[in-house]
Design a protein around this ligand. Structure first.
Ligand SMILES: [Zn+2]
Length: 98
């Protein structure tokens, strides 16, 4: 079984910096590039229409509360901007790597 994980941090967050691990691919994305990146991942429309949910707390995630993106088994999951959800996602990402 192989997992491909990448976590894309959308907005500056000190928590993200302290929890950065070399095994996790975290890419800072400027807001101006955000829409482009989301379109490329084919989730922009889903975010706009409110059909994406946080992988951790299952809260509806839209452009306002988008915290991070994570690729799990080739599928893009979104994480809301709660620090607790982000750190849970980081842990999950590490666990999937192992
Ligand atoms: Zn959440």
């Amino acid at each position: 079984m192989s997992f491909t994980n990448s976590l894309v941090k959308m907005r500056g967050c000190s928590m993200a910096k302290v929890s950065l691990e070399s095994s996790v691919n975290v890419v800072a994305v400027h807001d101006i590039d955000l829409e482009k990146a989301l379109r490329r991942l084919d989730i922009y429309q889903k975010l706009i229409s409110g059909t994406m949910n946080c992988m951790i707390c299952e809260e509806t995630v839209n452009m306002e509360n988008l915290g991070a993106l994570m690729r799990v088994n080739g599928k893009v999951k979104v994480i809301c901007d709660r620090p607790a959800c982000f750190s849970a996602a980081m842990k999950m990402s590490k666990a999937l790597k192992e």
